[in-house]
Design a protein around this ligand. Structure first.
Ligand code: ADE
Ligand code: ZN
Length: 337
C-alpha cells in the first residue's frame, strides 16, 4: 500500500450519511435471512455476489428487499455493529446513520425493538472499537406526508440520547417539500436538527424547494446538483448549509458519467461545508474509507484538505456539544507527518 493511502486510512473520519438498512453486506443479509427462514429472491444478487440493480428505482427495490430480512432486535444489533466495525477499521471516529422505522414496521417490528437493537450495536461497537455511533430517524418520501408525520411523532414521543436528528430519504421525484413541512416542524420544535435528501436524482430546483419550504434543515443529503445553479451555490454558502456528499454513490447511480464531471471540487471552492460519505456501501461498492481515498485519487485532495473535510463534518454533525468538542480535538490532534 502506498504511503499516501496508509496516511489517508489513518485520518480520523466522520461519516454523516449512510442508510443503516443499506449498509448490510450480502454475506450478512444471507446469514440473517437464513436464521429468519426468509427465502431471498434469486435475482437479488449478481453472479459475482453483489446486490443486483440497474437504476435508482431498482436500487430502492433491492434496498427494500434487503430491509425486509430484518425481523428481530438482534438483527438490528448485528447490522449496526457490523457497519460501525467496518467504519472504525478505516479510521472513522464518529458515524451518524439513518434508520427507517417504516421499513421495520413493514416486518411487524416495533420502534422499541429496532431502537434497542441499534443502541446495543452502538454500545458494543464503541466498547470494541472506540467508534461513536448515533442515529438519525428518517421518513421515506415516497410513502407520503402523513406517514412522515407519524414517524416524526414516534421519534419525539420516545426520545433516546443516541437519536440525534430527523431526516428524509426515498424517491425525490415524489411530492413537493412543503408537503413535509409539518413532519419536519414536529422534529424541529422538539429540538432535533434536520437533514433532507435533495439535489441527488432531481436537479437544483429540488434543492431550492427544500431550502424554501423546510427552513429547519441545517444539512442536505447529497445536494450535489446545486452546482448547476450559481445563485443556489452562493445561497448554500451564505446560509451555512452543509452538504452530505457521497461521490461513489453518485457515480454508481450514474448522476455523473465520470469522476471529472462530479462537482465536489466546485462545491468546496464555493466555501460550502461538506462531508464525505458512503450512502449505501455494498450497493455502491464503497465505504467511507474508500470515499476519502477517492478524494485523493479522483479529486486531487491532499491530506490537509481531507482532514479539513473531517473537521467540517464534525462541526456539522448532530452530536451534542461535548461529543463535538471531543471529535474536533481528535481531528486537530492528528498530525500529517
Ligand atoms: N435510501 C437509501 N439510499 C438512498 C439514496 N441514495 N437516495 C434516496 N433515498 C435513499
Ligand atoms: Zn442517502
Amino acid at each position: 500500500m502506498k504511503l499516501i493511502h496508509q496516511k489517508i486510512r489513518q485520518i480520523p473520519k466522520v461519516e454523516l450519511h449512510s442508510h443503516l438498512e443499506g449498509t448490510i453486506q450480502p454475506s450478512l443479509v444471507k446469514k440473517i435471512a437464513k436464521r429468519n427462514n426468509i427465502k431471498l429472491r434469486d435475482g437479488l444478487f449478481t453472479q459475482q455476489g453483489d446486490f443486483a440493480w440497474n437504476d435508482f428505482v431498482t436500487f430502492l427495490k433491492a434496498y427494500d428487499e434487503v430491509s425486509s430480512c430484518l425481523k428481530h432486535s438482534k438483527d438490528y444489533r448485528d447490522i449496526t455493529y457490523d457497519y460501525l466495525k467496518s467504519c472504525a477499521l478505516e479510521g472513522t471516529i464518529y458515524a451518524e446513520t439513518f434508520i427507517s422505522p417504516d421499513h421495520a414496521a413493514e416486518m411487524g417490528m416495533s420502534y422499541e425493538d429496532v431502537l434497542s437493537g441499534c443502541t446495543q450495536g452502538i454500545d458494543d461497537a464503541e466498547r470494541d472499537f472506540g467508534i461513536i455511533g448515533r442515529i438519525i430517524v428518517t421518513c421515506v418520501r415516497h410513502l407520503g406526508p402523513n406517514q412522515a408525520v407519524r414517524i416524526a411523532q414516534l421519534m419525539v414521543d420516545e426520545p433516546h440520547p443516541y437519536i440525534v436528528g430527523f431526516g428524509m430519504g426515498g424517491d425525490e421525484s415524489q411530492y413537493v417539500a412543503s408537503d413535509f413541512t409539518p413532519a419536519f416542524q414536529i422534529a424541529f420544535d422538539a429540538g432535533y436538527p434536520c437533514t433532507v435528501h435533495a439535489g441527488e436524482v432531481c436537479g437544483s430546483e429540488s434543492v431550492w424547494d427544500a431550502i424554501n419550504h423546510l427552513p429547519m434543515i441545517s444539512r442536505i443529503g447529497h445536494g450535489v446538483r446545486s452546482a448547476e445553479d450559481g445563485e443556489l451555490i452562493k445561497t448554500l454558502a451564505n446560509r451555512k448549509l452543509s452538504l452530505e456528499v457521497c461521490p461513489g454513490s453518485n457515480l454508481a447511480l450514474a448522476l455523473y458519467p465520470d469522476w471529472k464531471s462530479h462537482p465536489l471540487k466546485q462545491i468546496l471552492k464555493a466555501g460550502i461545508s461538506v462531508s464525505l460519505n458512503s450512502d449505501d456501501p455494498p450497493f455502491f461498492n464503497t465505504s467511507v474509507g474508500k470515499e476519502y481515498q477517492n478524494g485523493a485519487e479522483h479529486f486531487n485532495l491532499d491530506l490537509k484538505q481531507l482532514i479539513y473535510i473531517s473537521r467540517m463534518a464534525a462541526e456539522s454533525s448532530f452530536a451534542d456539544t461535548k461529543t463535538k468538542a471531543y471529535l474536533i480535538k481528535k481531528i486537530n490532534e492528528w498530525s500529517i507527518d
